[in-house]
Design a protein around this ligand. Structure first.
Ligand code: PEP
Ligand code: MG
Length: 748
């Protein structure tokens, strides 16, 4: 690049910066910018077009076109050359505009006398804000350096908008961030919430896009990149031997952090007058723009990595951490691209809702949100870019929908829905201390599922009789290091304290399949759900289970203790696990520790094979809990994680109900206590049918206890059982239609 041009663009930027320091604001500031740009680039016309709404651009300031056209001339996205720039995000550079493809003449502007046209998009981090145009009478194409200079002005303009530099009439540019917006994601946790946006990682605000000491800026960039590299190397060191996906991301970070071409492009931008921050952001914008055009999922992931890395670099340069000093609203709805389980736990119950751009139903953040009973929507596209701190937001966790800056109609409808839910909730609260006694006089015992300390407050509020399933692996999953025995003992003891004597069924570690510990080497198994998981791992590598059993015994410290082993597929597995418990008891007794006043040891029935185990097993095991999620997936051979098949087979399928009936009968014959703790226990219709098949104990999410109890109290199980039997005898595949018909006729 010739020296002369370099100093030209720098001169332009310096003038722009001086202008920004002046008193003017809003329209006046826009007017001065177009004047200055036309003057510096030697063109007769300079205009700024900004988005008025999603698809309309408005002429907001001009030097050279008729002043009366300002705020009058509008065009739709894609219309004319300006619209083309806005739609495709491309630069249009032509010596003969009227001849150019897509040209549309706007008579009110008086632009017919100008031949050459250069339009560049005004965009920030992949978001289109408007178009900056210069035009001149002389028919010529603009040089690469002129294009560059205009791009830089457009970038500074975009940055100013972010700072709220335009108010009043020029505010069209920020209109996009004031429009109502509906985003469809997927359900992570049911429930509805209204509140205000709290960005987990607010965008870094670049306050100094222009700098006049390139040498200093280069030094700043180099220092920051050095820090970034050291940070990435440390992360890599810490993650070695861990999760391969995480390693892949970190390797990509390292590759980008050491990329010469990335550095060169940023250095070039700085030498043209940008600050180090602006140079980083310019690269980030380009990557974001590419992101939306790349069809390949792997490449998109890598561009995401580059985006993350740019954010890290910006944070180093600006010193802005995740806090910007903004105050958290009273009713915060957390918005983020993604969030770790630990961070989410730290926010805790003060959040009214959570919306994530990424994440999956089985992700750890989703598990925590469920434990905290916070409505959660996942895969809400672009939410972290669209939402601004403090925006009004409504989260519909049932439908997986987010209303950002909702209009009055949506607000009214949503509030109606919330009121209805609230009313139902009140009804459930009034049932809290009443038993789930059916119309035919049977009492069903309702317990809750838990996995974190954060769940325990629900024990009292939900009216659960105890914790029917405490998934101990969650404590392991949310950490990045294996917890120590003393730490576990402290947690389990806290759980027993919080339960205040109510029964808590601790399930020993159930890892493998979908539950991969971040600090354990993942196994490449062709079918992880059928692989080395749960009790199979525990029996092959007993160290971890021994440590856990010891922690449980210490936590009980003489109090009653209930433990169950997951995924027992045959009798001998239970015997081996039970022997481990016996050894642990012996050790504790030798060490002089108090032994539990009463110890119950049970198993989960999650594979069809166990339903056919010998009677001896049923007599030996003290209790059984049906893990319906796994049992159903193995019974129907339909992966519970696979969206295509997971809903294919109905829980009310007669074959499955017959299996349940058989398990109930076998337990009755041997006097073995039986419960059901899969997700179906928390679905009212499924729950009453399970009860009709003979189950007397159900364990579910705390939020389901009210709805299940409500329906249970209205149902006559004997009648329902007749309905089921008749449908089954008639050869029905599923009894759902008949059951629904029966339930519809129930009195309220
Ligand atoms: C089940 O399989 O039904 C169960 C309760 O265990 P998890 O969902 O943790 O596998
Ligand atoms: Mg299971």
């Amino acid at each position: 690049m010739p020296d002369g041009t370099e100093s030209e663009s720098r001169k332009l930027l310096r003038r722009l910066r001086d202008l920004m320091a002046e008193e003017a604001a809003g329209q006046e500031r826009l007017d001065r910018i177009v004047h200055l740009t036309a003057d510096s680039t030697g063109t007769e016309v300079c205009s700024i077009y900004l988005f008025r709404d999603e698809d309309t651009l408005e002429l907001c300031a001009t030097e050279g076109l008729k002043p009366e056209a300002v705020h009058q001339t509008r065009m739709r996205i894609g219309e004319g050359l300006v619209g083309r720039v806005a739609r495709a995000g491309v630069i249009v550079n032509t010596a003969n505009a009227p001849q150019a493809h897509g040209f549309r003449y706007m008579p009110e502007t008086g632009e017919e006398i100008y031949s050459s046209f250069l339009g560049v998009p005004i965009q920030r981090l992949g978001e289109m804000l408007g178009v900056l145009v210069v035009q001149s009478k002389e028919a010529r194409e603009f040089t690469a350096d002129e294009v560059y200079a205009l791009e830089v002005v457009a970038m500074v303009l975009a940055e100013m908008t972010e700072l709220g530099a335009f108010v009043g009439e020029g505010a069209a540019m920020s209109a996009r961030h004031t429009q109502p917006h509906l985003i469809r994601g997927i359900t992570g946790q049911e429930g509805a919430a209204e509140g205000h946006v709290w960005l987990h990682e607010p965008r870094v605000v670049v306050t100094n896009p222009i700098a006049d000491d390139p040498q200093r800026e280069l030094e700043r960039l180099n220092e920051a990149v050095e820090k970034l590299r050291i940070g990435v190397d440390e992360l890599l060191e810490g993650a070695r031997g861990g999760d391969s996906e995480q390693m892949e991301v970190l390797e990509a970070y390292r590759m980008f952090a050491n990329s010469r071409s990335w550095m060169r492009r940023m250095e070039e931008d700085i030498s043209r007058g940008l600050s180090a921050e602006a140079a980083v952001e310019k690269e980030q914008s380009i990557a974001r723009a590419r992101l939306s055009q790349v069809p390949d999922a792997y490449l998109r992931e890598r561009l995401h990595d580059l985006d993350d890395l740019s954010n890290r670099l910006l944070r180093i340069l600006t010193g802005q951490g995740s806090t910007t000093g903004a105050e958290m609203p009273d009713d915060p709805i957390l918005v983020a691209r993604n969030i770790g389980p630990g961070e989410l736990l730290e926010y805790g119950r003060k959040l009214k809702g959570v919306v994530l751009e990424e994440g999956s139903v089985g992700s750890h953040a989703a598990i925590v949100a469920r434990a905290l009973a916070i409505p959660l929507v996942l895969q809400a596209e672009r939410i972290a870019t669209e939402a601004m701190n403090g925006n009004h937001i409504m989260v519909d966790g049932d439908q997986g929908i987010v209303h950002l800056r909702p209009d009055d109609n949506v607000v009214t409808a949503f509030r109606d829905k919330m009121a209805m839910l609230h009313k139902a909730q009140e009804r459930y609260v009034s049932l809290r201390d009443k038993p789930a006694r059916t119309r035919c006089g049977k009492v069903i015992s309702l317990h809750m599922n838990a996995g974190l300390m954060a769940d325990l407050p629900s024990l009292e509020g939900s009216g659960a009789e105890g914790v029917g399933l405490f998934r101990t692996e969650l404590q392991f999953l949310i950490r990045n290091k294996m917890p120590k025995r003393t730490e576990l003992a402290r947690i389990y003891s806290g759980v027993l304290d919080a339960a205040k004597g109510k029964r808590v069924v601790f399930r020993t570690l159930d890892i493998g399949s979908d539950k991969v510990l971040p600090y354990m080497k993942p196994n490449d198994e062709p079918n992880p759900a059928l692989g080395w998981r749960a009790i199979r791992v525990a029996l092959d590598r007993p160290g971890m289970m021994r440590m856990q059993l010891q922690a449980l015994l210490r936590a009980a410290n003489g109090r009653p203790l209930t433990v169950m082993f997951p995924f027992i597929a045959q009798y001998s597995e239970f015997l081996k696990a039970r022997a481990e418990m016996a050894k642990a008891l012996e050790r504790e007794s030798i060490l002089g520790h108090a032994l539990p006043e009463r110890l119950e040891v049970g198993a989960m029935l999650e594979t069809p094979s166990l339903a056919f185990a010998p009677d001896a097993f049923f007599r030996k095991v003290e209790f059984l809990s049906i893990g319906g999620n796994d049992l159903k997936q193995f019974f129907f051979a339909a992966d519970r994680e696979n969206e295509r098949v997971r809903r294919r087979y109905d829980t009310l399928n007669t074959s499955f109900l017959t299996l349940i009936e058989m398990i109930v009968k076998r337990c009755e014959a041997t006097g073995t206590h039986l419960s059901f703790c899969g997700e179906d226990a928390g679905r009212p219709i499924e729950a009453v049918c399970l009860a009709a098949m003979g189950l007397r104990t159900l364990s579910m999410r705390p939020a389901s206890i009210g709805p299940v109890k409500h329906l249970m109290r209205r149902t006559d199980l004997d009648q329902l059982r007749k309905v089921i039997d008749t449908a089954r005898d008639d050869g029905a595949e599923t009894v759902r239609p008949e059951v629904m018909e029966y339930l519809r006729k129930l009195s309220p």
